[in-house]
Design a protein around this ligand. Structure first.
Ligand code: SIN
Length: 546
């Protein structure tokens, strides 16, 4: 069968390599192959490989970080399949860092170096080139991909899914030359990543505009957990600043407010290594109170800092800091979308012919807050399972995230495709006619402003209602460029995230409501959404409601 895979991060590359053994595979990616969030991953891969660790301990940590909302089956799959998948990467040649420390060798039973990150009870994060784990994995997988018979279409942007008789039978794209084109497929796998650019500040690369999740939504797929957007606590707070890995705190760096106070000790018993949502909100509060927060790594040996974090040493130096002597300013930024296209543990979605994996998918493995360094593992584990399930008969009963606990919420046109007309501005100098804002900066800037101010780290009913109104006033007319298609995707998802955040009237993990500060034990673990039939003629199959 012909399988089209969209996206070239760890999930897309892994699925393409695996599927190419049995199928004819085309891999489509919006930028160059390496332009994926995976290339930016620093911390590493969390995996229970050491003699002192077990899949059960990894599962327990994942559930605690997830604020009790993770799907037990998905977490079990992640943590038990994980070691074999990381061994696959070792066999492919990923240069994971090694150690010769006798104490470490004794404890783990192997010579892989491990880091520790927030909410992990063990040192289990394997890494490569210090803080360039993602780039090392991406390069190894790209080299492996080139050894397979896979058609690779770079600079090709997914615009929509093609449906026939309720099944996905292809994708529409803008090709390398910006021309619309249709690619037929027997199955489509969306590995198109997250949507960090819903927000003004993000650790994500420019490609992360939620194209796959939005296209799936428009096609009538069930989406879930959309209110859960993870903010990484520490982005380097300078213009254009990137991620500062949690692994730095894992090695002993601490957070200080503008008065030099180590404020996280008063927030959580695990202080800087509390779950990520707790640390992100702690930092935001300290910035509000004192004006600035710095990451203080000065207690670490300067030689160790350079050797363990060479990329971050360069990045902080380029920003004008010597982090062996001074704290570096940090602030939370949008990092990872826990929500996405609802899938089972084989990547199947509510639409036959459509699978989703990696950050585009929502297996429920992260619940309300992803455990640090579980994302690369998720990409690996579920990509292999989805690739292996391609062509297999669909089970009569799909257990999709959210649908087991709450009926799918049908959302009418208000959050359907964003094709409503809107005012024109000025005069087009070429045609002399009215100029149109085709995916113009103002839509993206408005989406990012609204999401940052009203649907960010802290939310309340008034702000969310205003966000809904402001987002509903926007539209992207007949998108014809990659930029315009991205803006349409961002707007579709922004409306959904705001809507989901309004619907969850409690605080849980990454979703913090100042007007509902407590967790409601009776609230559903997951909320699922589907477009109204008027905007998507495909009904949700009965089995999706299992
Ligand atoms: C980090 O290195 O802090 C990011 C790792 C992750 O997002 O899991």
């Amino acid at each position: 069968m012909h399988v089209v895979i969209v996206g070239s991060g760890i999930a897309g590359l892994t699925a393409a390599i695996r599927a190419s053994a049995r199928h004819d595979v085309t891999l489509v990616t919006k930028g160059a192959l390496a332009d994926a969030a995976t290339s930016h991953a620093q911390g590493g891969i969390a995996v229970a490989l050491g003699a002192d660790d077990t899949a059960a301990l990894h599962q327990a940590d994942t559930h605690v970080a997830a604020a009790g909302s993770a799907d037990a089956r998905a977490v079990e799959v992640l943590c038990t399949d994980g070691p074999a998948r990381v061994r696959d990467l070792l066999a492919l040649g990923v240069p994971f860092d090694r150690t010769a420390d006798p104490a470490t060798l004794d404890r783990y039973g192997d010579d892989l170096a491990r880091g520790r990150e927030a909410a992990h009870g063990r040192w289990r994060v394997v890494h490569a080139a210090g803080d360039a784990t993602g780039a090392a994995i991406e390069q190894t997988l790209i080299a492996a991909l080139h050894r397979q018979h896979v058609t690779i279409l770079e600079r090709t942007c997914l615009t929509d899914l093609v449906l026939r008789d309720g099944a996905v039978v292809g994708i529409d794209v803008l090709d390398l030359l910006g021309e619309p084109r249709r690619i037929d497929a027997d199955a489509v796998v969306l590995a198109s990543g997250g949507a960090g650019h819903l927000y003004r500040e993000t650790t994500n690369p420019l490609v992360a505009t939620g194209d796959g999740a939005a296209a799936a939504w428009r096609a009538g797929a069930v989406l879930a957990d959309l209110e859960f957007m993870q903010f990484h606590p520490t982005r380097l707070a300078v213009p254009g600043g990137g991620l500062v890995s949690e692994a730095v705190r894992g090695e002993g760096a601490v957070l200080r407010d503008a008065r030099g106070r180590r404020f996280m000790t008063a927030v959580h018993p695990d202080a800087e290594l509390a779950p990520r949502d707790v640390v992100a909100r702690g930092i935001a509060a300290a910035i509000r109170d004192s004006g600035e927060v710095v990451l203080d790594a000065t207690a670490l040996d300067p030689g160790f800092l350079v050797a363990r974090f060479p990329g971050l040493t360069r990045a902080t130096r380029a920003a004008g800091f010597d982090w062996s002597r001074d704290g570096v300013p940090v602030a939370p930024a949008a990092h990872y979308f826990m929500g996405g296209i609802a899938t089972d543990a084989e990547g199947r979605t509510s639409i036959p012919g459509l699978a989703a994996i990696g950050e585009a998918a929502c297996t429920g493995v992260h619940g309300a807050n992803r455990l640090a360094s579980n994302s690369l593992l998720e990409g690996l584990v579920f990509a292999v399972r989805a690739a292996d399930a391609l062509g297999a008969p669909r089970p009569g009963l799909l257990r999709l995230r959210g649908t087991a606990t709450l009926p799918v919420t049908t959302v009418p046109g208000v959050v359907g495709p964003t094709t409503a007309s809107r005012p024109t501005i000025g005069t087009d100098r070429r045609t002399g006619g009215p100029a149109r804002l085709d995916g113009s900066a103002d839509v993206r800037q408005t989406v990012q402003r609204v999401m940052t101010e009203r649907v960010g780290l802290l939310r309340d009913a008034g702000g969310l209602a205003t966000a809904r109104r402001e987002l509903d006033a926007l539209a992207v007319d007949a998108p014809a460029t990659v930029r315009a298609h991205e803006d349409r995707a961002l707007l579709d998802l922004a409306r959904l995230v705001a809507r989901a955040a309004e619907a969850r009237t409690e605080s849980r993990g990454a979703h913090a409501r100042t007007d509902h500060p407590d967790t409601d034990p009776d609230a559903p673990a997951s909320l699922a959404w589907v477009a109204a039939p008027a905007t998507a003629p495909v009904p949700v199959p009965e089995e999706a409601l299992a």
